[in-house]
Design a protein around this ligand. Sequence first.
Ligand code: SER
Length: 317
Amino acid sequence: MKRIMITGACGQIGTELTAKLREIYGQDNVLATDLRRPEEGSRVLEGPFEELDVTDAEKMDRIAEAFKADTIMHMAALLSATAEKNPVFAWNLNMGGLLNALEVARKHNMQFFTPSSIGAFGPNTPKDDTPQTTIQRPTTMYGVNKVSGELLCDYYFHRFGVDTRGVRFPGLISHVKEPGGGTTDYAVEIYFKAVREGKYTSYIDKGTFMDMMFMDDAIDAIIKLMEAPADKLEDRNAFNVTAMSIDPEMVAASIRKEIPDFELDYDVDPVRQAIAESWPNSIDASEAKRQWGFDPKFDLDTMTKEMLSAIREKENK
Ligand code: SER
């Protein structure tokens, strides 16, 4: 990776990924793109930026060529809960954008990354210690997009030799840019509400376990996988990665170590609860560890400390 173009650079992952890649590879060697230009003062504007709708294949190609990118990181996507509200739009954006980005990578011989998700699993997938290779019959549009995307990326590798790489992210927890429209978002909101109000009403029920990971570990995983020697990789896409399997009660207990009177109650949203229940409780990340040294640093308590102190600083509390 020397010249990197990112789509969805203003999203939850893209914002931090752009900053980290610029730190490592040089400010001018990382081109951020997103549907809309962010507000002045956004860190994404500290280096090159272009407005790009990922369904515009011609513009994506033109921008990549002009920038002389050797790598494309395709992060633009609609998350699970939003995708359920408008499934046809989700299909067109998630699949259309991915196909366009893969075509750009094929034409210009670029290395390629895009994230899949725990959403690529479904209700008849084994729930605990879910293996990387297993039954995938997701029941959400987002999940259907993610499985199709995994297959498409493998196809571009086998059929055209494009150096595609990808992971299945769990819920990602971060304080720089809040996520939007995901099922795992509660695990971010809970920290913001803990600092702002000392209490949180969860739309995900107690006892509902999902995999999660702190954003710093997610960004490190992307870079590690992209820099891994190709001959070490037996798989290319759809690596399970995770740092913890947690439910709302566990997050609350961890927050109470810092904010003892933190209160948690529930007002369960049936749509997002059903999505959560269709996903695994805990996935097995051993292949990522074995093949390219995936090694997350944050557990629940260290992440909680980091989240609370960063949010307090941001909000002057
Ligand atoms: N965080 C995502 C979501 O909840 C899962 O990939 O939609």
